[in-house]
Design a protein around this ligand. Structure first.
Ligand code: NCD
Length: 316
């Protein structure tokens, strides 16, 4: 059965996956349907297919990553592609080479897809204009992280059957979070109601224009919610002081049992990881198998990345 709704002959119009904002409802539905077909394969003992046999995938991660990079690497390998993950620390970037020079060098080796994570918003877009292959954005600055939002949607659909009509609270460092931005675009498009919850200093200017309800009181923001999406404080993107202290932040904006009771009884807890236990989330709640779907997000992330690689790699 289709995850959202069946669309006939969906064509993905872009050669690159740069952001949720570039996708239509039917394209999202197509990616999620495709991802669903890989969940079973990933749970079976033989996980290999040859959908991308002969194709070359390069992972280019300029920022630290555990989940996203390993997920893209496994996804490519399970599809039969040749996958090469650049080790930036030992690369010519350390000798002063620019992003574009690096990309052009890699481009000369005829990859079919480059998966890129970069600290600058818009870097994958720039790259996509210079290379001959597809580019998939694995997170750029504070702008977008499309595959994270897609895997979040798949996790919600897997548990709740749909996104439409659900009330989703996105809590924490909204200002610096590409995960928040991509999720706001995606969940809005899929028909959810979105509450963002954060201290004033961690809310983007005019955030309500993105189609969200804004709360600085977490208990009110969690009221009657179906999904609670927690975010990490993006300290690496903060210049100056945004918060009085981690302890105070936890007191007011950490997900704790006394705040959790405000949400629906069967509400789910999500987190893109990496988590800071005791800063944005209570450690027992993070591990509560009846509430937390954090591990499932990681699992379904591989399926979503397989779908994206299959769809975008084939386009070049
Ligand atoms: C997120 C990211 O890098 O944007 N992590 C991830 O991809 N799983 C969130 C974060 O780093 O806080």
């Amino acid at each position: 059965m289709a995850v959202i709704k069946k669309f006939k002959a969906v064509k993905i119009s872009q050669n690159h996956l740069l952001g949720i904002q570039d996708l239509s409802f039917s394209e999202i539905s197509h990616i999620l349907d495709e991802a669903k077909t890989f969940i079973k394969l990933n749970r079976s003992s033989s996980k290999k297919t040859d959908v991308l046999r002969g194709k070359t995938q390069i992972n280019l991660f300029f920022e630290p990553s555990t989940r996203t990079q390993s997920s893209f690497e496994l996804a490519g390998k399970r599809l039969g592609a040749d996958v090469m993950s650049m080790n930036i620390v030992n690369s010519a970037i350390k000798k002063g080479e620019t992003l574009i020079d690096t990309a052009m060098t890699l481009n000369a080796m005829h990859p079919d897809v480059i998966v890129v994570r970069h600290q600058d918003s818009g870097a994958p877009n720039l790259l996509s204009q210079k290379v001959n292959c597809s580019v998939i954005n694995a997170g750029d600055g504070r702008r977008e992280h499309p595959t994270q939002a897609l895997l979040d949607a798949l996790t919600i659909i897997n548990r709740k059957g749909k996104v439409e009509g659900l009330k989703i609270a996105i809590c924490g460092d909204i200002l610096h979070s590409r995960v928040a931005r991509s999720n706001i675009y995606l969940m809005n498009m899929l028909g959810a109601e979105i509450n963002v919850v954060a201290p004033k200093t961690l809310l983007p200017h005019s955030v309500e224009r993105l189609g969200v309800n804004v709360f600085t009181d977490m208990k009110r923001g969690l009221d009657n919610c179906d999904i609670i999406m927690m975010l990490r404080l993006q300290n690496e993107r903060m210049q100056g002081s945004f918060l009085p202290s981690a302890r105070e932040y936890y007191e007011y904006f950490g997900l704790t049992p006394d705040k959790m009771v405000m949400a629906k009884k069967n509400a789910l807890i999500m987190h893109p990881g990496p988590m800071n236990r005791g800063v944005e989330i209570d450690t027992n709640l993070a591990d509560d198998i009846n509430k937390s779907v954090i591990r499932e997000q990681v699992e379904l992330g591989v399926a979503v990345r397989m779908a994206c690689l299959k769809i975008y790699c084939k386009k070049t």
